[in-house]
Design a protein around this ligand. Structure first.
Ligand code: S0N
Length: 281
């Protein structure tokens, strides 16, 4: 028999390296901004970019004083041009470790599950996987120079997840098929007309207007916002969506006297007294 002590070795958890592909900043009043900083490739994402965005999203989720996230791209030419084609190998995008992955799908889910609003601030191209990134955001503020579209069938890729079914929910089946089958580019105004973006503003007003939208959200009840986001996602996200929505209910239940009584009774090794909390329905 192998003694457990002989085969098990601790796994050192490496601290995340300094950010190279994104900038992560915040305002004093609780707005975080994540900027993809790869302008020489129109802010295309590689595995490292996605890893950094995931790390920043986890930080935003776990920091109560951060109440909203703005996702954007460096410069005025592109929000994001999707997966970096030079990092694309067989079976996914290859990072430093040489393993091909389709990690952007995890990022989509993290953005959907974040109980805080995510606003896409789009200048220039939001195409391919970059188009899906803005799609998955809760709101999109676009500059007049913004250009939207899918490129997958031109470059030999496609997103059958949120990039297809959720897109069709937003713009309708016919339009979504047009977007994917023809791979056309759409102006900011065309995107607004099909419900893909919330508002279009002059490029020089993009950040001011996005922060204005963000601050209007910040004035609202954070619990109401978290619950409504979870509720809107629930029908598209199946059990995972229901779990997120129910998680918000659980969080509130934990804060109630009834919820606290269950825990207190367990720790005091007595029977819980739930009778005072019986409600008439
Ligand atoms: C963005 C476009 C329209 C900009 O055109 P413009 O302004 O004329 O500039 P260019 O001269 O074309 O580009 C400037 C430089 O940037 C490089 N570059 C641009 N985009 C990319 C890119 N995506 N990857 C790598 N490099 C890029 C150019 O090569 C050029 O470099 P230099 O200066 O050295 O010549 C135009 O550039 C364009 O059409 N870009 C390609 C858009 C595209 O097809 N993107 C990929 C689409 N596919 C995906 O996004 C993958 C989806 C995905 O991620 C996924 C899907 C399902 C499941 C999982 C995944 C997953 O990966 O996890």
């Amino acid at each position: 028999m192998i003694r457990p002590g002989c085969i098990w070795h601790p796994i050192p958890l490496r601290a995340l390296p300094a950010l190279t592909d994104i900038r992560y900043e915040r305002t004093a009043d609780g707005i975080a901004k994540m900027t993809i900083c790869r302008p020489s490739v129109r802010n295309a994402f590689r595995p490292q970019t996605l890893r950094e965005l995931e790390h920043a999203l986890m930080h935003a989720r776990d920091t109560p004083s951060i109440r909203l996230v703005i996702l954007t791209g460096e410069g005025t030419l592109a929000f994001c041009s999707g997966g970096d084609q030079s990092a694309r190998g067989h079976g996914g995008y290859v990072g430093h470790d040489g393993i091909p992955r389709l990690a952007v799908l995890d990022l989509h889910i993290m953005m959907r599950r974040l109980p805080k609003v995510v606003i896409a601030m789009v200048a220039g191209y939001a195409v391919g996987g970059g188009h899906i990134l803005h799609l998955v955001c809760d709101l999109t503020v676009a500059a007049e120079n913004a250009v939207f579209g899918q490129t997958g069938p031109k470059v030999g890729s496609f997103d059958g997840g949120y990039g297809s079914s959720y897109l069709a929910r937003i713009v309708g089946q016919k339009k979504a098929r047009e977007i994917w089958f023809l791979c056309r580019q759409y102006s900011a105004e065309e995107a607004r007309a099909m419900g893909l973006v919330n508002t279009v503003v002059p490029l020089e007003e993009l950040e001011v207007e996005t922060v204005k939208w963000a601050r209007q959200v910040l004035e609202k009840s954070p619990t109401a916002i978290a619950c409504i986001k979870a509720a809107m996602n629930a029908d598209g996200d199946g059990h995972a969506g229901l779990s997120q929505l129910a998680g918000e209910a659980t969080r509130m239940f934990y804060q109630s006297e009834e919820g606290k009584e269950g825990k207190k009774a367990f720790l005091e090794k007595r029977k819980p007294q739930f009778v005072p909390y019986v409600q008439e329905t």
